[in-house]
Design a protein around this ligand. Structure first.
Ligand SMILES: CCCCC/C=C\CCC/C=C/CC(=O)SCCNC(=O)CCNC(=O)[C@H](O)C(C)(C)COP(=O)(O)OP(=O)(O)OC[C@H]1O[C@@H](n2cnc3c(N)ncnc32)[C@H](O)[C@@H]1OP(=O)(O)O
Length: 243
C-alpha cells in the first residue's frame, strides 16, 4: 500500500477515510495475507496528523476527525494481516504511530528520516494510546524521555532504541520488507493472528473501553485557546522555514 497524499502524506480526514476503505477491502479479500505500507512522497513517510484538521475547526469537526484517527489506528494495530512498514521517509507523530502499529518496521538509512512522537515540540501531548504503543515498543524509561523531549530519532538511534526493527540502505527498503513478509507468511495464519491478538488486545481495549471519552478529551484539549495558539505558531514556523 503506497500512501499518496502530497506534499507530505498528512493524515487528513479524507486521506484517513481512503486508507480505512483500502484496508477494509484488503482485510475482506481472503487472497491477501499481508500488506507492506510505504510512501509515494519522496523523503516523507507521513507528516502525521493533518494539523489543519485540528486548527481553527469547530468541535463537531474535531470529534469526527478524532474518531477517524482512532478507527485507523485500531484497524492497523489489530489487523489480521501481516503489516510491515517500509519506512522510506521522515515519520513524526501520527506517522510514527502508524509505523509503530505495524508488525515490523524497516527504515531507510538516511539521516533525514527521523521517527518519533514529537507532539511536545508542537505544544500538544501524545494521547495515552500513542504513549502505550511507544512504551510497548521501546520500554518505559526510553519512552518517558522520548515523549517528554519530543525525540525524533535518526535511523541509527531509532534502531538502537528499538523503535524500528531494521535499518537498511534506501534502495533496499522494499526488497527487505518483502523478505521479512515471506518469513512472517511462513507462519500459519491462525496461530500468528491469535498470538497477535493476545499480545495487542489489552492495549487496544484500553481505548475501546473509553472511545467516546477519548474523543471528548481530545475536543476539549484541542479547542483550548492556548493549544490553538501553539498550533498557530507551529504552522507559521513551517511556513517561514520555506523562506
Ligand atoms: C488531556 C487530554 C488530551 C487528549 C489528546 C490530546 C492531544 C492531541 C494530540 C494530537 C496528536 C497529534 C499527532 C500529530 O501527528 S501532529 C503532526 C505532527 N507532525 C509534524 O510535526 C510534522 C510537521 N511537518 C514537517 O516537519 C515538515 O513538513 C516535513 C514533514 C519534515 C516535510 O518538510 P518539507 O518537505 O520541507 O515540506 P514543508 O514543511 O514545506 O511542508 C509542505 C506543506 O505541507 C504542510 N504540512 C506539513 N506537515 C503538515 C501536517 N502535519 N499537517 C498539515 N500540513 C502540514 C506545510 O505547512 C506546507 O504547507 P504549505 O505548502 O501550504 O506552506
Amino acid at each position: 500500500m503506497k500512501m499518496r497524499n502530497p506534499p507530505v502524506n498528512s493524515l487528513s480526514l479524507e486521506f484517513l477515510t481512503e486508507l480505512l476503505i483500502s484496508l477494509e477491502k484488503l482485510e475482506n479479500d481472503k487472497t491477501f495475507r499481508g500488506i507492506i505500507i510505504t510512501s509515494d512522497c519522496p523523503g516523507i513517510f507521513s507528516a502525521g496528523l493533518d494539523l489543519l484538521e485540528m486548527y481553527g475547526r469547530d468541535p463537531a469537526h474535531c470529534a469526527e476527525y478524532w474518531k477517524a484517527v482512532q478507527e485507523l489506528w485500531l484497524r492497523v494495530y489489530l489487523s489480521n494481516l501481516v503489516v510491515i512498514g517500509a519506512i522510506n521517509g521522515i515519520s513524526p507523530a501520527g506517522g510514527c504511530l502508524l509505523s509503530l502499529s505495524c508488525d515490523y518496521r524497516v527504515l531507510a538509512n538516511n539521516p533525514k528520516y527521523a521517527i518519533g512522537l514529537n507532539e511536545t515540540l508542537l505544544g500538544i501531548i501524545a494521547p495515552f494510546w500513542f504513549k502505550d504503543v511507544l512504551v510497548n515498543t521501546i520500554g518505559h524509561r526510553a519512552a518517558e524521555r522520548a515523549l517528554q523531549l519530543g525525540f525524533l530519532f535518526p535511523p541509527s538511534d531509532a534502531l538502537q532504541v528499538g523503535i524500528v526493527d531494521q535499518v537498511v540502505p534506501e534502495d533496499q527498503v522494499q526488497s527487505t520488507a518483502r523478505s521479512v513478509m515471506a518469513q512472517w507468511l511462513a507462519i500459519p495464519d491462525h496461530a500468528r493472528q491469535l498470538t497477535k491478538n493476545l499480545v495487542r488486545k489489552p492495549t487496544a481495549d484500553r481505548l475501546l473501553q473509553q472511545r467516546d471519552a477519548d474523543i471528548q478529551n481530545f475536543v476539549r484539549f484541542i479547542s483550548r485557546d492556548s493549544i490553538q495558539k501553539s498550533l498557530h505558531v507551529y504552522l507559521e514556523k513551517l511556513k517561514q522555514k520555506k523562506g
